[in-house]
Design a protein around this ligand. Structure first.
Ligand SMILES: NC(=O)c1ccc[n+]([C@@H]2O[C@H](COP(=O)([O-])OP(=O)(O)OC[C@H]3O[C@@H](n4cnc5c(N)ncnc54)[C@H](O)[C@@H]3O)[C@@H](O)[C@H]2O)c1
Length: 323
């Protein structure tokens, strides 16, 4: 049986990836420091004999006796919201180190083990893009010193390390640039737009929109993102490739708020607040031509289906509060 390491395996996307890999018949080792999660996402997985959880910071070397055939490196704070206690702004040093020192440690580990490697990068490497939608060949428009640089530039340097190990050390590695993803197991503390809307609607509070709601976002359901990761790791001809994974389907913020309100069946108002929040996430839209051609991948889950599952998850999380 082949062994897969998933760093950040207790997080939102990582926990879904671990479940999928167990279904595929792999032995899965999730390594997580629990800095932005609490371990709850993998409680059920622990009942599976092929699952192992290691509580560790991956900026530190992995145990000598650990072996693996594949390494998915997802560990990193990921929330862009300044107000969230788990955001990469609040965890700036940790974010910079896990994507650089951590990536370096894990690349060395993969090299020693002759393991295949996948680095979870982000659409944020495109910064404030001057090209829409963004293709993998676009080099981005990123500040090296701005507030978001702790995340954006750390991911960019992580990519540089992966490309170097691939080119100079012959490591079988690839990079996925993940665009906004949503679904069950998202951390309530993350405070992304969709989480806030769902929580407000479930608690019977007004849904608050900053600005006039005409800004657009594209969101990909987590099982689609995970499928993209699986295809990129296990597919043929993916060595050294960089691939965007995300949904190109754009909706306005007002459309998201209205869908959430209707699906929750909440008798709540949608309110507009004049001020745009500081550091409002920027509009990005993936060009997924490469994912379609190389991986035969495109998002399959409709927004309505994805929202229903996400709302059900938060409903069960909030149950003691709402009834
Ligand atoms: N969620 C998205 O929309 C999105 C978009 C683009 C990229 N990504 C990337 O995908 C990956 C997973 O994101 P997520 O949304 O699941 O975030 P998450 O915060 O839910 O999960 C990340 C996990 O990494 C762990 N972690 C952080 N630093 C660590 C360290 N030093 N050692 C060990 N574990 C550590 C956290 O405890 C957490 O469980 C991240 O690398 C993120 O940058 C996510």
């Amino acid at each position: 049986m082949e062994t897969v390491i998933v760093t950040g395996g207790a997080g939102f996307i990582g926990s879904h990836l671990c479940a999928r890999l167990l279904d595929m018949g792999y032995k899965v080792i999730a390594i997580d420091s629990l800095i932005t999660s609490n371990g709850k996402n993998v409680d059920q997985l622990k009942e599976n004999d092929n699952f192992q959880f290691i509580h560790q910071d991956v900026t530190l070397p992995l145990a000598e006796e650990l072996n693996a055939d594949y390494v998915f490196h997802l560990a990193s704070p990921a929330s862009p919201n300044h107000h969230s206690e788990i955001s990469y702004h609040k965890l700036a040093m940790e974010t910079m180190m896990v994507n650089t020192t951590g990536t370096h440690q894990l690349l060395d580990f993969a090299l020693r083990n002759n393991a295949k490697f996948l680095f979870a990068s982000t659409s944020e490497v495109y910064g404030d893009p001057l090209q829409h939608p963004q293709k993998e060949t676009y080099n981005g428009n990123v500040s090296t010193t701005g507030p978001r640089s702790v995340y954006d530039e750390a991911k960019r340097f992580g990519e540089t390390l992966v490309a170097y190990y691939c080119r100079e050390k012959n490591l079988d590695a690839r990079i996925i640039r993940i665009f906004n993803t949503y679904g069950p197991n998202m951390n309530m503390k993350d405070m992304r737009m969709l989480i806030v809307f769902i929580l407000q609607a479930l608690k019977g509070q007004s849904i608050t929109i900053f600005g006039d709601g005409s800004q657009t976002r594209s969101l990909c359901y987590v099982s689609d993102t995970v499928e993209g990761m699986i295809k990129l790791m296990f597919g043929s001809d993916t060595r050294g490739e960089i691939v965007n994974i995300g949904s190109p389907e754009e909706h306005t913020i007002l459309e998201y708020a209205t869908m959430v309100k209707n699906l929750v069946n909440a008798d709540v108002k949608i309110e507009f607040s004049e001020a745009l929040p500081q550091n409002d996430p920027l509009r990005r839209q993936p060009d997924i031509t490469k994912a379609k051609q190389l991986l035969n991948w495109e998002p399959r889950v409709s927004l309505e289906e994805g929202l229903r599952k996400t709302i059900d998850y938060f409903k069960s999380e909030l149950l003691p509060e709402i009834k």
